[in-house]
Design a binder for this molecule. Structure first.
Ligand code: F42
Length: 331
């Protein structure tokens, strides 16, 4: 069975200096990958990655995930290549379709997400390979683009995917896939589609990273860990498609009530509506021992990287240290 790597997700909602502290702690805890989310209304992802790059030595760092709508792929290629230079060859690029509601709120129509991601990845890969890009796509028309500096290594590109065609696309053209999921049944589903994409590829990769990008909450006190994850699970349940809810035996009416409660701004109320089944379906939660068991289950499903996503734990710094215990158990 394949080895498993460990990542952590940071949201630049707090000052970059805090993110840098967390990143140093994560590196000390043995984390292999730091993924920083990209939303225009948080601190900028590349400015954050740049600060993290200077403060760390070994950990791989990247966007988790950027999108091709707010930022043109040519700009993204330059940005991630710059991070690679600053970090001494430690960058990774995560790209996805972005969030419809946020994009539309800033006047960007969320059209053809699959095509947009596919075209963006093709353009970015070619630019990083040092090519002059002329591209006549459905979304992007590039007359002649080229980076004025050389990228020293092949920067891995990961695609954020949950839905079937996007999962297949990740297998077809990515180096890995970031799947927002926590439960083995979701990976059973995802594997099928990723495999189809991998089979369509003419040049098979030596390794394809299947990443469980999951809500995680670690604490020695399990009840505190559960309490901290409830609001994240409420948002996931509220935002999940009927197909995903059915897969986890979650009543669509309950999900709708949670969605409406969140929409009213009643987060406490939404948390109270979250039940054990929802927590089990959409998060990895508990003491380090509980997390180790869950990671082992995911590893058996073919997951090759686990990412500790929000909230990480009731106390983030303590949770990062406890995550180190989990990582140690797999070394
Ligand atoms: N989004 C952010 O904005 N910021 C983040 O930091 C972020 C992090 C993140 C981490 C992991 C992860 O998995 C996702 C993350 N996301 C983040 C969300 C991400 O950007 C995507 O929104 C998310 O992954 C949704 O992708 P999805 O796999 O659910 O795919 C959607 C777009 C979908 O509908 N896919 C369909 C499918 O079957 O795969 C395909 C739709 C399709 O075919 N569209 C056609 C096309 O050409 O694009 C057009 C169809 C038509 O009718 O026009």
């Amino acid at each position: 069975m394949s080895e498993i790597k460990f990542g952590i997700e940071f949201l630049p909602t707090k000052k970059v200096s805090k993110l840098v502290d967390y990143s140093k702690l994560a590196e000390e805890a043995g984390v292999d990958y730091i993924w920083v989310t990209d939303h225009y209304n948080n601190r900028n992802v590349y400015a954050s990655l740049s600060a993290i790059a200077y403060a760390t030595n070994k950990v791989l760092i990247g966007t988790g995930v950027t999108n091709p709508y707010v930022i043109n792929p040519c700009w993204t290629a330059s940005a991630i290549a710059t991070i690679d230079e600053i970090s001494g060859g430690r960058s990774i690029l995560g790209i996805g379709a972005g969030d419809k509601i946020t994009l539309e709120s800033i006047g960007i129509p969320w059209t053809k997400p699959l095509t947009s991601v596919r075209e963006a990845v093709e353009i970015i890969r070619s630019l990083l390979d040092g090519e002059t890009v002329k591209y006549e796509g459905k979304i992007f028309k590039i007359k002649g683009a080229r980076l004025n500096f050389k990228v020293k290594r092949r920067i891995p590109i990961y695609i954020g995917a949950q839905a079937p065609k996007m999962l297949r696309l990740s297998g077809y053209m990515g180096d890995g896939v970031l799947i927002n999921a926590s439960h083995p049944v979701d990976f059973e589903y995802a594997s099928k589609h990723i495999k189809e994409g991998l089979e369509e590829r003419t040049e098979k990769p030596d390794f394809f990273d299947i990443v469980a990008y999951t809500a995680m909450s670690i604490d020695n006190d399990i009840s505190k860990a559960i309490e901290a994850v409830k609001i994240v699970v409420a948002f996931i349940v509220g935002g999940s498609s009927p197909m995903i809810l059915q897969r986890h035996d979650i009543d669509e009416n309950k999900a709708e009530i949670i969605r409406n409660t969140i929409a009213k701004g009643d987060f406490g109320g939404a948390m109270q509506l979250v039940d054990d089944n929802m927590i089990e379906a959409f998060s990895v939660v508990g003491t380090p021992k509980d997390i180790i068991n869950k990671v082992e289950e995911l590893r058996k499903m073919g997951v090759t990287q686990v990412v500790a996503g929000s909230p990480i734990g009731p106390k983030v710094k303590d949770a990062i240290k406890l995550y180190g215990e989990v990582i140690e158990a797999f070394k």
